[in-house]
Design a protein around this ligand. Sequence first.
Ligand SMILES: CC(C)(COP(=O)(O)OP(=O)(O)OC[C@H]1O[C@@H](n2cnc3c(N)ncnc32)[C@H](O)[C@@H]1OP(=O)(O)O)[C@@H](O)C(=O)NCCC(=O)NCCS
Length: 165
Amino acid sequence: MAVESMILVRPEHLNHHGFLYGGKLLEWLDEHSYIGAMAHLKPEASLVTKGIDRVEFRHQVRDGSLLKVRAQLVHVGHTSLTTYTSFERTRDPVKIFRALVTFVSLDKQGQPTPIAPFLLRPFRPQSAEERRYWAEVEAARSRRSAAGKPEVKKKKKTTMKKDTP
Ligand SMILES: CC(C)(COP(=O)(O)OP(=O)(O)OC[C@H]1O[C@@H](n2cnc3c(N)ncnc32)[C@H](O)[C@@H]1OP(=O)(O)O)[C@@H](O)C(=O)NCCC(=O)NCCS
């Protein structure tokens, strides 16, 4: 099940060039992906955005444009789930943006917790398209585990150089 909605681009959404401001599009991406993800979960689930696979603004979008947003669940992991979210300018029509957006399920202490107990029903990719996105997410997960978790760098202690007499 995908969640679809429409957005009207208004003057307050534009940048100084007169095109849709990218930050606004990212806000809509986060919000609509969250709605798409929550549509598959019990309301008590608590999600935070963990990652967006790619940010590429492909086309300019002008005032008055209508955008169709579609957020589709494509992957469920242990604590995470991912939507494929796309924005289409309806007039042409042309896809102006797409991303795989991953959310992590948190417990009351703000730590990752298994997503399975919150799912309304088990998720399995059905269509060829869903299987393709599932594979895309799995490939990204393999790349991350091969790279290892980034270490938090220890803050280098700076020492004042003593003046030599
Ligand atoms: C969410 C958070 C608690 C996760 O902590 P963490 O130590 O990175 O957790 P893990 O390494 O165990 O990863 C948790 C899940 O995220 C996935 N993940 C990790 N890095 C990822 C990335 N870059 N992109 C997509 N998924 C990612 C992991 O594969 C794992 O999924 P799985 O359990 O289904 O296998 C922590 O990163 C956090 O609090 N981030 C800030 C979230 C936030 O404030 N979001 C709003 C930003 S505006």
